[in-house]
Ligand binder design. Structure first.
Ligand SMILES: *Cc1c(COP(=O)(O)O)cnc(C)c1O
Length: 372
């Protein structure tokens, strides 16, 4: 490519991903003919395949990643009067889900890889703490061995927010196999994406899986009998049909994202302190839902990249504890220095599976041009 050539590198790749619609439409036609629209065969098939992907016995399709977290907390008996430990370095939904469960979110600062700092968790535990909710943010995996150690010592349940981390693992053990349950999102912007909102809860526990099956569907044991007052949070059969087509590609999607991230990591390795690649912990299979870095003069860099056609983004300019929604929690600026510092210097580059080699090199060249 000639120097000075302009390209457009969009963040969203949905047009590319669903460019070939015929297979999907064929499957949806078949579904419509059956009228099997709620909790039918496609949902059961998707749950089976998703559980296999995670290497776990049980997966339950629900309405969204947010509802997955609310339902998991509620089914585990976490609610009003309880505290749940998480980090402000996350998408707002993690914290909203804790609040919607009735519990109070308690924050712990993040570490270099944008995940909860395991060294700070124990200090945040009180008599009311019921659970730890680590977020595998950006597709990186929180330090589960150390988090589980604190949890066991203090008698806490661990629920993993794996919404950004389908197919990630640590020490060869997949996310979802550490805590008592893990929650995933199939939102159109996530690594495994369907045509609207959808989520999944995975667990080893047959008892919890049975409870969640009730919680997501009005507590119904059968058509006429209800065991408890639950929710309506079912994975749509239509979304399960889309998911069943896509899930076979999960391995290829993950591998491509990892390969793209490796290329970017290598390209930026010598650019400190202008561009800082976060720590890559050994043994972690980071799946790069977001390829997120730190940069000097971040806002100017992002504006420059956007002008040159590279749709760089900021996730997010305001950490959760400083959001208006978080006011009742009583936190203030300065409480979580790492999270706050990151909100000023992080930026995200496209690293998705449909990125071309030319687009990848163009992005690298533009970042280099900005600092030269
Ligand atoms: C997307 C996301 C959620 C919520 O998932 P939805 O399916 O959008 O409800 C929760 N936590 C994290 C970290 C997410 O990225």
């Amino acid at each position: 490519m000639k120097a000075g050539t302009r390209m457009r590198v969009p963040f969203s790749y949905l047009d590319r991903q669903f460019a070939h619609l015929d297979g999907y439409l064929h499957d949806i036609r078949a579904l419509v003919r059956t009228g099997d629209f709620t909790l039918g065969a496609p949902v059961r098939e998707f749950e089976k395949r998703f559980a296999a992907l995670c290497g776990l016995p049980h997966a339950l399709g629900v309405g969204s990643g947010t509802e997955a977290i609310v339902l998991a907390l509620r089914a585990l008996g976490v609610g009003s009067g309880d505290e749940v430990i998480t980090t402000p370095t996350t998408f707002i939904a993690t914290v909203g889900a804790i609040v919607q469960s009735g519990a109070k979110p308690v924050f712990v600062d993040s570490e270099d890889g944008f995940v909860i700092d395991p060294d700070r968790i124990e200090r945040a535990v009180t008599k009311r703490t019921k659970a730890i909710l680590p977020v595998h943010y950006t597709g990186n995996v929180a330090d589960m061995p150390r988090i589980m150690k604190v949890a066991r010592k203090r008698g806490l349940q661990v629920i993993e927010d794996a919404c950004q981390a389908i197919h990630a693992s640590i020490g060869g053990e997949p996310v979802g196999s550490w805590g008592v349950a893990a929650c995933f999102s199939l939102h159109p912007l996530k690594n495994l994406n369907v045509w609207g909102d959808a989520g999944v809860i995975v667990t080893r526990s047959a008892a919890l899986a049975g409870k969640l099956r009730l919680w997501r569907n009005h507590g119904l044991i059968n058509r006429d009998e209800s065991a408890l007052f639950g929710f309506n949070s079912r994975l749509d059969s239509l979304q399960a049909v889309v998911g069943n087509r896509l899930i076979g590609e999960a391995e290829a999607i993950t591998k491509k994202r990892i390969a793209n991230a490796r290329r970017l990591d290598a390209a930026f390795a010598d650019m400190a302190p202008d561009v800082l690649v976060p720590v890559r912990r050994p043994g972690v299979r980071h799946v790069f839902h977001l390829y997120m870095l730190r940069a000097r003069r971040r806002d100017a860099l992002v504006a420059f990249l956007n002008k040159r056609g590279v749709e760089a983004k900021v996730h997010y300019p305001t950490p959760v504890h400083l959001q208006k929604a978080a006011k009742p929690l009583g936190y203030k600026r300065g409480d979580f220095p790492k999270s706050e510092e990151d909100s000023r210097c992080v930026f995200t580059l496209p690293a998705h599976q449909h990125l071309t080699g030319a687009e990848l090199e163009y992005m690298i060249e533009q970042v280099r041009t900005f600092y030269s």
